[in-house]
Design a protein around this ligand. Sequence first.
Ligand SMILES: C[S@@+](CC[C@H](N)C(=O)[O-])C[C@H]1O[C@@H](n2cnc3c(N)ncnc32)[C@H](O)[C@@H]1O
Length: 293
Amino acid sequence: MKKRLKKTLTEMFSAADAADVYSSFDIIGDIAIIKLPKHSQANAQNVAEAIMHRHKNVKAVFTQTSAVTGAFRLRKLAYVAGENRTSTVHRESSCAFAVDVKSCYFSPRLSHERMRIAHLVQAGEKVVNMFAGAGCFSIVIAKHAQPAKVFSIDVNPTAVEFMKENVRRNRVYGIVIPLLGDAKAVVEARLKYCADRVLMPLPEKAFEYLPCAVSALKTSGGWIHIHAFEHALKTENASEKVRQKIVEALDSLKVSFGVPQVRVVRPTGPNWYQLVADVHVNRRSVSLGYSFL
Ligand SMILES: C[S@@+](CC[C@H](N)C(=O)[O-])C[C@H]1O[C@@H](n2cnc3c(N)ncnc32)[C@H](O)[C@@H]1O
């Protein structure tokens, strides 16, 4: 099925453009989002028809007309074919996520990472998800591990409304706790020294919000999963570059820590990668704020 779509695309585009279009389209629920090279926008309708022909579950197709931008991490979409609606329900890892792809962030490409984190969570853990979106990481954790609570913060009111709906839909009420607001403000007001584990799935704010993540951890320490973007040429090691930046940032906070793993989550462009670092902070002092005794 997929191979046939690839072949159809090579009939419309140059080999390089066909490969780009093929590798960049996402299916979220029953909506396909395609990215076309600027000079090939006229092909949108044909690509949409090819996708709907090959993927019978796809009921609507949009092109992405801007990068993911702004505090809410949204992208501009233009309608191409099928039903003209942007809300859908995406199924992943035995969970169902209601999302509006225009007004809250969602990426199906993080599904493996969501399950990876869920498998690390121990029974009874308190987790803080600082950038929770429609609640996908939090709900996968609640369904596949046995956390005590997953406090799930997002600054986008629409994302938090979807998160509440997804909590109901997946029956994780009382475990996943949706919280609207800026992560720093919410942690400062309600979540200091409470967490065994903190998720930071927003690469753009990784280093700015790292002190806040540390402040959410229990004084006995815990894990932080830091997402970051990194540029690396073929001769460079993106994981090592990120590890070095994290070491510098945590050294400046004077905490004792280890970084057992940094892994590539996905490529995001030519020589650009999204990575996640698993960081263990060993112990921290309450009285000295971020410093370690
Ligand atoms: C890349 S998305 C991650 C969404 C989610 N974790 C997922 O897997 O779909 C980042 C989210 O962080 C939210 N955000 C941005 N700045 C924030 C802040 N200062 N405090 C809390 N949430 C923030 C955005 O609204 C967006 O939903």
